[in-house]
Design a protein around this ligand. Structure first.
Ligand code: ATP
Ligand code: MG
Length: 429
């Protein structure tokens, strides 16, 4: 016997019992973004490796440790996208969508790939829904992005389960000055740092701020803080953002250690975090990346965006019992047919019913079977009525209608009256 094939670790099948929750989330997000004037963009899953190396930055965990990179048959280095922003910026530049200062409000959804240690809420293929806005430099659009996510939580019933963490990273010059000060401070205490942080001191020192190591965290208490180094314009931007969130009544916590994993952020960064999923608690994260477009060779173009983790949000909805029940609702009608002539007639009848009863879930028996086996399947489908078509019914041009969820009697209905009759039956609770 050959070995049973299995999916790759950390790459999950989304089974039929789970897809209704996924669709509910995806549809809710899509409708919401549509209402704010955002347009969907669909991007390739594979890009040249260089795009991520340049966009996300060497020295980040994603680029150094997490990418799925390989040479294709043409010896070109390709990478399965680990996130959506770099590809989106590439597409916007390639198609001139941000030229002449045009404002673009875009969203995307789809799978991302990172070679991580799989665990609850952390997978190797996972899904994001993300938003990117180009050519709006002010705090008003940063606020709109946050308002959008906040409205989403309200719609999904998650309002009390997530909190907003906010920070400003300043201009790249301010951040560079801060980085120097932080490195100088930590260099003097090098031996007390955990191993990861020692490595990061040369590759990506700001990431040390969110180290999970207790010793390192203790060292950071007296370290210079980012906000002492912020430039005036970034400070004003941050004040503008906070004022707008206050105006809507959105609460936030300022977290100076929030630096985000990716290199390209400037000024605003934020995360929505829940304490209901264990350590994989960030469900949405984003920020401003005014330098990214020029890093790709485009004209300087302000950009800001975020990405939500779909698996984590679905988990959260499931954990809190917030997936609407009716999404899993069973069939309404199950049509049984006995013998070839009845089966042929049943097909046409079913299609006419589908025309007359839009939105009604009608299952037609397939695979034949005795009365007993077809009724069993009808019952299992969860349908409220079994419709029966045999030789007798065919001769009389009627259908037997058997209620499956109460004790009322089976009755015969003429074909012509069937749609109207069923509409009335299905309306009854
Ligand atoms: P984390 O700190 O949890 O690794 P991150 O900073 O690497 O997150 P981002 O690159 O900002 O994550 O991605 C945005 C969102 O995508 C995250 O907040 C999270 O909800 C989700 N996400 C990121 N990586 C994974 C993963 N491996 N599995 C599932 N969801 C993920
Ligand atoms: Mg990560």
């Amino acid at each position: 016997m050959s070995k049973t094939l299995q999916a790759i670790r950390g790459m999950n099948d989304i089974l039929p019992e789970q897809t209704p929750a996924w669709r509910y989330l995806e549809n809710t997000v899509a409708a919401l973004l549509d209402g704010y004037g955002y347009k969907e963009i669909r991007l390739p899953i594979l890009e040249f490796t260089e795009l991520f190396a340049r966009g996300i930055g060497e020295g980040t965990d994603v680029v150094d440790k997490e990418m799925y990179t390989f040479l294709d048959r043409n010896e070109e280095s390709l990478t399965l996208r680990p996130e959506g922003t770099a590809g989106c910026v590439r597409a916007v530049l390639e198609h001139g969508l941000s030229g002449g200062g045009q404002v673009q409000k875009l969203w995307y959804a789809g799978p991302m790939f990172r070679y991580e240690k799989p665990q609850k809420g952390r997978y190797r293929q996972f899904h994001q829904m993300g938003v990117e806005v180009f050519n709006l430099p002010g705090p008003d659009i940063d606020a709109e992005l946050i308002v959008l996510t906040w409205r989403l939580w309200q719609k999904l019933g998650l309002g009390d389960s997530v909190t907003l963490q906010l920070n400003s990273l300043g201009s790249s010059e301010a951040r560079a000055r801060y980085r120097d000060a932080l490195v100088a401070y930590l260099q003097e205490r090098y031996d007390l740092l955990d191993e990861d942080s020692q490595r990061r001191l040369t590759t990506n020192p700001l990431r040390i701020l969110d180290s999970k190591d207790g010793g390192t965290q203790a060292l950071l208490v007296d370290a210079p803080t980012l906000h002492e180094y912020l430039d005036d314009e970034s400070l004003a931007h941050f004040e503008g953002l906070k004022a707008r969130l206050d105006a809507v009544g959105i609460r936030y916590e300022i977290n100076q250690k929030l630096v985000r994993g990716l290199d390209y952020y400037s000024r605003t960064v934020f995360e929505w975090v829940t304490d209901k999923l264990g350590s994989q608690g960030t469900v949405c994260a984003g920020g401003r990346y005014d330098g990214l477009v020029s890093q790709f060779g485009g004209k300087p173009t302000p950009g800001v965006g975020y990405a939500m983790g779909v698996e984590r949000l679905v988990l959260l909805l499931e954990t809190l019992g917030l997936v609407p029940e009716e999404l899993n609702s069973p069939a309404d009608l199950y049509l049984c047919a006995f013998g070839e002539p009845a089966e042929l007639a049943a097909l046409g009848l079913a299609e006419r019913l589908r025309d007359a009863l839009p939105g009604v879930r009608l299952l037609v028996n397939a695979g034949g079977g005795s009365f007993k086996s077809q009724f069993k399947k009808a019952d299992k489908s969860g349908a409220r009525y079994a419709l029966i078509l045999g030789d007798d019914e065919l001769a009389k041009r009627v259908v037997g209608c058997k209620p499956l969820r109460d004790d009322s009697e089976q009755h015969s209905i003429a074909w012509d009256a069937l749609a109207e009759h069923l509409t009335a039956c299905l309306k009854q609770a």
